[in-house]
Design a protein around this ligand. Structure first.
Ligand code: URA
Length: 295
C-alpha cells in the first residue's frame, strides 16, 4: 500500500477524510506491529474481549471498524428488531486506500458521462468482476427528483438499467401514483454492480462505491431525494437506524456543498413480499408529493 507521505496531497487528504468518517481516531504507524510481542509486553494474562487486535493477534491486514449496514434483508415487522446490529465490521486499510482513490477519481469527474466512464474503468471493487454490466442510471438527469436504490438485481444486471425487474415495475407504479415517471425522475443505486446471487454486499464494496454515488448526486443536484430501501437510506443518511423507523421521516443528504432533503421509503421488493405495508408506503408517497408540489 502506498504510504500517505508518498501520495499526492489531494489523494492523501481524501484518504484521511475517509479514515475519519470510518471512525479512525488514532494515528497509526505505516510499519507493521507484532501484536504477539506487544501483547506479551502489556499483559500475558487473559485476552481482552474489548480488543479485536488482541483476539486475532498479528493476523491479517490492519483493520478499521465501521458499522455494517444490512443489505436487502426484509425490514422486520417490529421496529425494535429492525435496528441494525451493533457489531462493527472491519475494512482493511488497503481497501480504505482504494476507497480514497475512488473518492479522488469521483471528485475529478465534472460530468455524468465522465463519472460513468470512470466507474467503467474502476477495477478495485470486486463486484465489477462478477457483474455482467455496469448499472449507472436511468431517467432524466435534469429532473428535480432523484431516486437512490440499493443494487442491481438479475434483470438490471442483464439490461444495464436500474429497477427494470419486478420491483422496478412496482416502483414505476408507485411513482405513477403521484404523477411521476422516468421522464420526471432520475434513478440510480448505491451500488452500480450486482452482488453475485443478490447477496449482501460487503462493507468494503459499499465503501468503494460510496464516493461515486455521492458525486453522482452532486452532479445531478436534484431538489429532492427518495431513498429507496434501508441500505440506501442508512448509507446516504449516515445512520444505523433501520428503515422501519427511517421511512416517512425527512432527512438531509450532504454531498459536496449541497444539502438535499431526502425521504426514505420502503423498497418495492419488500412491498411485493409484504403488500399490507403498501398503506404506509402510500402515506410516504403523499408526504413526498406534498413537498414536491411545494417546490
Ligand atoms: N433493487 C434496487 O435497489 N435497485 C435496482 O436497480 C433493482 C432492484
Amino acid at each position: 500500500m502506498t504510504a500517505l507521505s508518498e501520495m499526492p496531497t489531494e489523494e492523501a487528504l481524501n484518504l484521511l477524510r475517509l479514515y475519519v468518517e470510518a471512525g479512525v481516531s488514532e494515528n497509526l504507524s505505516d510499519d507493521p506491529v507484532n501484536r504477539y510481542e506487544l501483547g506479551a509486553v502489556l499483559d500475558r494474562s487473559a485476552p481482552d474481549a474489548e480488543s479485536p487486535a488482541r483476539a486475532e493477534p498479528g493476523r491479517g491486514p490492519r483493520q478499521v471498524p465501521v458499522e455494517r449496514p444490512s443489505f436487502a434483508s426484509p425490514p422486520s415487522s417490529s421496529p425494535q428488531s429492525s435496528s441494525p446490529t451493533s457489531s462493527p465490521a472491519a475494512i482493511p486499510l488497503d481497501a480504505m486506500a482504494e476507497a480514497g482513490t475512488a473518492r479522488t477519481i469521483a471528485q475529478g469527474c465534472a460530468t455524468l458521462e465522465a463519472l460513468r466512464e470512470a466507474l467503467g474503468a474502476f477495477d478495485a471493487c470486486p463486484l465489477k468482476h462478477t457483474a455482467k454490466n455496469l448499472v449507472f442510471a436511468d431517467g432524466n438527469p435534469q429532473a428535480q427528483v432523484m431516486l437512490v436504490g440499493e443494487a442491481p438485481g438479475r434483470d438490471e444486471d442483464i439490461q444495464g438499467l436500474p429497477f427494470v425487474g419486478r420491483s422496478g415495475q412496482l416502483l414505476d407504479r408507485m411513482l405513477g401514483a403521484i404523477g411521476l415517471d422516468r421522464t420526471s425522475v432520475y434513478i440510480t443505486n448505491v451500488l452500480p454492480w450486482r452482488p453475485p446471487g443478490n447477496r449482501q454486499p460487503t462493507p468494503i464494496e459499499q465503501a468503494m462505491c460510496a464516493p461515486f454515488v455521492e458525486r453522482h448526486i452532486e452532479l445531478v443536484a436534484p431538489k429532492l431525494l427518495l431513498l429507496v430501501g434501508g441500505v440506501s437510506a442508512k448509507q446516504m443518511l449516515e445512520t444505523t437506524t433501520g428503515i422501519m423507523k427511517l421511512r416517512g421521516n425527512w432527512g438531509a443528504v450532504k454531498v459536496g456543498d449541497l444539502e438535499i432533503p431526502a425521504l426514505p421509503i420502503f423498497h418495492p421488493a419488500y412491498l411485493l413480499r409484504q403488500p399490507a405495508q403498501k398503506r404506509l408506503a402510500w402515506r410516504d408517497l403523499l408526504n413526498f408529493k406534498a413537498k414536491f408540489d411545494a417546490l
